[in-house]
Design a protein around this ligand. Sequence first.
Ligand code: G3H
Ligand code: ZN
Length: 275
Amino acid sequence: MLVNGIDLIKKANKEDFAIPAYNINNLEWTKFILEACNVDRSPVILGVSESAVKYFGGYKTVYNVVNSLIKDLKIKVPVVLHLDHGKSFESCKEAIDAGFTSVMIDASSKELEDNIEITKKVVDYAAPKQVNVEAELGALEGEYTSADEAEQFVTETGVNTLAPAIGNKHGIYDKDYEIDFELLGEICKKVKIPLVLHGASGLDENKIKTAIFCGVSKININTDLQLIWSKSVRMFLQTNPKVYDPRKIIKSGEDNFKSLIHYKNNILGSSNRAF
Ligand code: G3H
Ligand code: ZN
């Protein structure tokens, strides 16, 4: 069933676990994620970036693929269809109009006042339609979020969840990276809404659990899935150079991909939380 995730994230926040947000890039990944989360009885957020929407063919196509897979595969767990890093009001509106149940407006590269203005416009459009809104404050690579600004931002925009910049980044981490959990805790105390951790690939169990303890209730994972799937497919092609059926090639990444999802759901504590 497609849901907006607001209650799920609130429940996770109260009970100290996190809802996984896995990025989808095609039909097969969507299927793998839905099936693995269904087995785990884990609620799941399917994150779709603007570039992935383009790759799929459009917002409505993504919605139809996800909605149909939920029905055809008889998926019982709650599923959130979420626009990841929407860069403008127009992208968020398009996603909402197509049936997405959750959007992220990422105007974090703009000045605070402009970020507040755009985010509020998205909230005003989304809230009457019961669509969840996530926003970002502080740029992921470089600029840390100020706890005071976060408080002002949340009060003035009315967002449901906030993604802060605390030393986290997308892609593969350098060896000397540092996540500022103290700042995360401070932001959490000030904003009083659930927080979102972007760039969670590559973080070990301890860091994920600390983030959850500090108020994170949605955890975004994309790169780890890309790495495991491409590694598996590369190995399959090397050992099976004569295979040319695309279904066999894409499927060769399925087992390892699903194992990783089970592992992550377990760390996040989202398994057996579907309700
Ligand atoms: O929005 C998507 C996530 O923040 C992905 O982060 O590159 O660590 O998987 P990742
Ligand atoms: Zn992100």
